[in-house]
Each structure stands twice: as structure tokens, then as C-alpha cells.
Design a binder for this molecule. Structure first.
Ligand SMILES: [Zn+2]
Length: 321
């Protein structure tokens, strides 16, 4: 698939008429700013911060491996017409975004560059000391890029998006600032429940399939014992799985978490061998049912509770504001 990508993109590019990209809107015409994002989480946050100023579309639907999202001709057309392209960055979308942007031939986006929301993410973890390619290519070369599962992501992303939108729409700066502040306040309120979930699951041990839950684990005080992939992007090997099963039994790991895109049977077999259960958790918001990043985070934390058959005490639920 990786090798087919350039050919596919070249074919798709032919569908985008040259000169179609970046139609100019008259300043102050009230026309909405067209934005394309890689993940639905970012589309939601752009909508919250941009309000009436923006019209946003996301490429990923919510079930994909974000390192290898399958592209369609419609994505090329979307990007060719956009004024702003927003991605997580940290090489998360490196396998498919550069080719997409090149093929869409959008001079505006090529000149400005995409907004890499997590470019200066201050909480970066799992940065490889060396890039050992002897066992395969590490697809997290800059550190763990799955920052949209970190409860701190919403406010962080909103602020970066706010700053870029104000550059593009200075006349709407006051409204954008107000939208962002209101959104940050809402995150703070909704986040109180996530903190109570963390207090319940804290200290439990977990194994991941692909290291896309590391920020979530840290935020919840979960102890990460290992991953089924020997290194990010490298499929599990029998030898690695055997070692991990032994370690899981020795350490009493009860839960193996995996995303919707991973082979569930491998996770289930590995969990059973280690005396644990496999639990599927979401890795981003779902686009087609309009799930917001906040709702996705709620679902993620509910998934953690369910993984260990836990429930938040109702009396605490009542006293929460
Ligand atoms: Zn990854």
C-alpha cells in the first residue's frame, strides 16, 4: 500500500483541474473559511473556535490507523479548495499527508504550510534514543504522536487553532478569542469527571497493541507494562508475544487495550495467553455521527471504567458541578 500511494496520488491529482485550487474570496464578503483537518477531533475543535467563520471537513472517519489513512479523490478536491489544512503533526500523518498536499496543488496551503497543532507539544514522551531500523521502521520517530488522547490536548489545540484563525480572519479576532475561552472553560468542567475516573483506575497495569494510548495511560496513572508491537509499526512476532505473555502473568496484567483498526483476534489471543482480557478503545472522535472531542474523551474514559468493571460512585456524580 505504501508503495502504491504515489501512483494513486498522481492519478488522483489528474482529477483536480489546475487552477481550481484556492479560489479567492473577497475580503469581508462573509464567506466562510474552508478548513480541512486530518482527524475529526481537530475538525470539532476548529468548529468550536472558529464558530460562524469556518466550514470544516475531516478526512479520517474515526476507525483508521492514523499512520496509513486511505485517500479518495474527494479528499484531493477538498484540500484543493481549502484555505487552511490542520493536522496533529509529530509525524503522525507523515505517511499520507505530504503526498496529499502535493497532489492537491493548493498554492495557498503550499505557501502557508499546514498548521501542525502539536509541533511544540510540551509533554512529548517515548522519544526514541536511536532509530534502530534493523527490526523495522519505527513510525514514531519524533516520539509518541497520539496526543489527541491526552486530556490536555483540547485546550492546547484550541489555542494553536485560535492563533492561526486570527491571522487568517483578523476582523473576527474578538469572536474567536471568546469562542476559545468558552471552549477551554467547558473542557475544564468536563475534565472533572475524567479526573475522578483516573482516581479509580490509578495504579492498574495495562498492555497496549500499538502505543496509541500512552498519553491516556499516563493521565490516568495506569502502569504501561508493554505493547504487542515490539516497536511502533512493527507487527507482533511470536517470540515477542511469548515473552510478553510471561511478563503479563508475572505482573498480573488484566487488560490489553487496542484500537478499532487493529486485528482483534491477535489482541484477544495475546490477552488470553497473558491471563488478561482484550478491550477495544476508540483512538479518535467519530466523524460520521458528529462526535465531538469532548464526547470522545468521555467515551474513552467510560471504556477505561468498563475495562476493569468499575463504576463511578453515584454520590460523587451527584455532587459534581
Ligand atoms: Zn502510532
Amino acid at each position: 500500500m505504501q508503495r502504491l500511494l504515489p501512483t494513486l496520488l498522481a492519478a488522483l491529482a489528474a482529477l483536480v483541474a489546475p487552477g481550481l485550487g484556492a479560489p479567492r474570496a473577497a475580503a469581508g464578503s462573509g464567506e466562510k473559511l474552508q478548513v480541512v483537518t486530518t482527524i475529526p477531533d481537530l475538525a470539532d475543535i476548529v468548529r468550536r473556535v472558529g464558530g460562524d467563520e469556518v466550514e470544516v471537513k475531516a478526512i479520517a472517519r474515526g476507525f483508521e490507523n492514523l499512520h496509513t489513512v486511505r485517500l479518495r479523490p474527494s479528499h484531493m478536491v477538498m484540500v484543493s479548495r481549502a484555505k487552511l489544512f490542520v493536522q496533529v503533526g509529530l509525524a503522525l500523518e507523515h505517511g499520507w499527508v505530504p503526498g496529499l498536499l502535493e497532489s492537491a496543488r493548493n498554492s495557498r496551503i503550499m505557501a502557508d504550510g499546514p498548521l501542525n497543532v502539536a509541533e511544540d507539544w510540551p509533554y512529548l514522551i517515548e522519544v526514541p534514543l536511536t532509530l534502530d531500523r534493523s527490526t523495522g521502521v519505527d513510525i514514531h520517530p519524533l516520539g509518541n504522536p497520539h496526543v489527541n488522547l491526552d486530556p490536555r490536548f483540547g485546550a492546547f489545540a484550541a489555542q494553536r487553532i485560535r492563533d492561526r484563525l486570527k491571522e487568517l480572519r483578523p476582523e473576527a479576532a474578538a469572536a474567536i478569542d471568546a469562542n476559545c475561552a468558552a471552549y477551554e472553560k467547558e473542557i475544564e468542567q468536563r475534565g472533572q469527571r475524567w479526573k475522578r475516573v483516573a482516581a479509580l483506575v490509578k495504579g492498574r497495569k495495562v498492555v497496549q497493541y500499538h502505543k496509541e494510548f500512552s498519553y491516556l495511560c499516563l493521565a490516568n496513572g495506569l502502569e504501561m507494562v508493554g505493547a504487542l508491537e515490539p516497536q511502533p509499526g512493527v507487527p507482533p512476532t511470536p517470540r515477542h508475544l511469548a515473552q510478553l505473555a510471561k511478563q503479563m502473568r508475572a505482573e498480573g496484567v488484566q487488560v490489553v487495550v487496542h484500537g478499532p483498526w487493529t486485528p482483534g483476534r491477535i489482541a484477544e489471543d495475546a490477552a488470553a495467553r497473558g491471563g488478561a482480557r482484550a478491550v477495544e478503545l476508540p483512538v479518535m472522535a467519530q466523524r460520521d455521527n458528529g462526535e465531538t472531542w469532548l464526547d470522545f474523551m468521555d467515551r474513552l474514559h467510560d471504556g477505561l471504567l468498563a475495562a476493569w468493571d468499575l463504576e463511578l460512585p453515584p454520590e460523587e456524580e451527584d455532587s459534581s458541578r
